[in-house]
Design a protein around this ligand. Structure first.
Ligand code: AMP
Length: 510
């Protein structure tokens, strides 16, 4: 049996509570939750899950909107020795099914509002033994009931044992599970806390999804905070509520994706007293310097720090140090992380030259779940090949130039063109589909599709967009679809995205 590792996340939660004690720690939808209450609920739920039969190493899919329960469930799963497998509540039923089936999940934990989707998505997956939901939902074990169990000791997991499998889109279509160990996540949380730590800056606002690696990271970073941090949690991003909370709760720091800043800029910021806000971290997608500048001009108390990371590194690779921010850069590698820029022959490049950004750190994943080939491609000699193109300046600051892969980032969410193409091909009238990104002021990038129709079939762009809105995940259906005679293909029969980009450029300039 594995002993309890020094980086065990359940033990970290225990130490954090022992140090900081019981205080009003989290505000969610008008109610304050004390740290003691949150900790105790996690301890009890862990025992309840173990008694239900959740065993060490079991993957448990968690699909919920942000709420205090998400953190409680993560903590409980780590205490029970299980593996947190988050799935965004925005996933379609088919996508959720893929995560549950691929992870061979033992259970799915959800909230009442997503219980039907979770039930349908797990119906034919033999590994799933339990469906657990908050509230009273038919056929589901009630989370509240499991919280009645008497607390037990932590079920020990070692540092290299898996703590999370996080699904992220793959360039070849289906999402792949990124395997992160207790040591990976502990390092990532510790590094993020150290990078953001300013004594006395303790009131944070969390609005990014806790199902994403960044949200998970923030949760763990909080456990590393030596002070009594106070958090306000939003179910999801709502610009009015976001600003209300900053004003009412004297929020000092928060993290956003660039699209959120764009949306905030269209709000009457000057009518608000946002002077408590000092630090704003931005990541997940490129931040246009003019957006950052305009925000800082309109909210003068704020300094915006850009950071960079991937699910595969358990989050941060680099971030701008407080007081030494460089506009346009994603900052310096965080302590313990090394960055190299490699050319196509894997030779390191000198400062200023563009190549693939590669990173080595204690946060780098164990590999992709059940995908040894993809793992081999991404991890070479301990270096993670990010697929991002960039350079490092002579002071070590990292700049991202472009993406090697075809990933589209719409509003901070990853959209893989092939994934959308596959979904479009399910429409009876569509014969071929090609998807690319187009720069967009609000979303960063917008998803654009080119489709050709089957002989004799008819469909207008509007009808297809409407169909996509209903069938493809809300954050990634193409808002713009061009019906063309032929979708260009490369010599080996793949969609020729270069040709599509050219066609789109011509459409724009016509
Ligand atoms: P994810 O695994 O969902 O976190 O997505 C990781 C990808 O997001 C990276 O490979 C980058 O392409 C992109 N990304 C993250 N942060 C930034 C940033 N600050 N600027 C540009 N791209 C970013």
């Amino acid at each position: 049996m594995t002993g309890l590792g020094e980086h065990n996340l359940a033990a970290l939660a225990e130490r954090s509570f022992a140090t900081k004690g019981d205080y009003e720690a989290l505000l969610f939808e008008g109610r304050w939750h004390r740290s003691g209450e949150l900790f105790e609920r996690g301890r009890r739920l862990a025992a309840g899950l173990s008694q239900l039969g959740i065993a060490p190493g079991d993957r448990v899919v968690v699909t919920m909107a942000n709420s205090p329960e998400v953190g409680i469930v993560y903590h409980a799963l780590w205490r029970a020795g299980a593996v947190v497998t988050p799935a965004s509540f925005l996933l379609s039923r088919t996508e959720l099914h893929h995560v549950i089936a691929d992870a061979e999940a033992a259970a799915v934990i959800t909230s009442a509002e997503f219980a039907d989707k979770a039930r349908e998505a797990s119906a034919d997956v033999a590994s799933v033994r339990h469906l657990i939901a908050t509230g009273q939902v038919e056929d589901c074990t009630a989370l509240e009931e499991l919280e009645q169990a008497e607390p037990q000791a932590i079920v020990p997991s070692g540092d290299d044992d898996l703590a999370a499998v996080m699904y992220t889109g793959g360039t070849t279509g289906q999402a792949k599970g990124v395997m992160l160990s207790h040591a990976n996540l502990d390092y990532a949380g510790c590094a993020a806390q150290a990078a953001a730590y300013v004594p006395g800056v303790n009131r944070g606002l969390a609005t990014l999804p806790l199902s994403h690696s960044y949200g998970l990271l923030v949760t763990i970073a909080g456990l590393h905070n030596p002070e009594q941090g106070v958090g306000v949690l939003l179910r999801w991003f709502d610009p009015q509520l976001f600003l209300d909370m900053i004003e009412q709760q004297q929020i000092q720091q928060t993290a956003v994706v660039p699209t959120m800043l764009q949306i905030l800029l269209s709000q009457p910021l000057e009518d608000r007293d946002l002077s408590s806000l000092r630090y704003l971290s931005s990541g997940g997608a490129p931040l246009a310097p003019q957006v950052a500048e305009e925000f800082m001009r309109r909210v003068p108390s704020v300094s915006i720090r850009q950071g960079y990371g991937l699910t595969e590194t358990a989050a941060l690779i680099a971030t701008n140090p407080v007081g030494r921010e460089k506009p346009g850069s994603v900052g310096l590698p965080v302590p313990g992380t090394e960055v190299r820029i490699l050319d196509d022959e894997l030779r390191p490049l000198p400062p200023g030259e563009v190549g693939e950004i590669c990173a080595a750190s204690p946060g780098v994943m164990q590999g992709y779940w059940h995908s040894p080939e993809a793992t081999q491609e991404a991890l070479r000699d301990g270096w993670l090949h990010t697929g991002d193109l960039g350079y490092v300046d002579d002071q070590g600051y990292v700049f991202i130039v472009d993406r090697k892969k075809d990933l589209i980032i719409r509003g901070g969410f990853n959209v893989y063109p092939r994934d959308v193409e596959d979904a479009l091909l399910e429409h009876p009238a569509i014969e071929r589909a090609g998807v690319i990104g187009r720069l967009d002021e609000v979303s960063g990038e917008e998803v654009v599709a080119f489709v050709s129709l089957r002989p004799g079939a008819q469909a207008t762009s509007q009808e297809l967009v409407q169909w996509g809105r209903e069938r493809i995940g809300g954050y990634k259906y193409p808002r713009e679809i061009h019906v063309v005679d032929e979708v260009p293909l490369t010599g080996v029969g793949k969609v020729d995205r270069k040709a599509l980009r050219k066609a789109l450029g011509e459409l724009v300039h016509r």
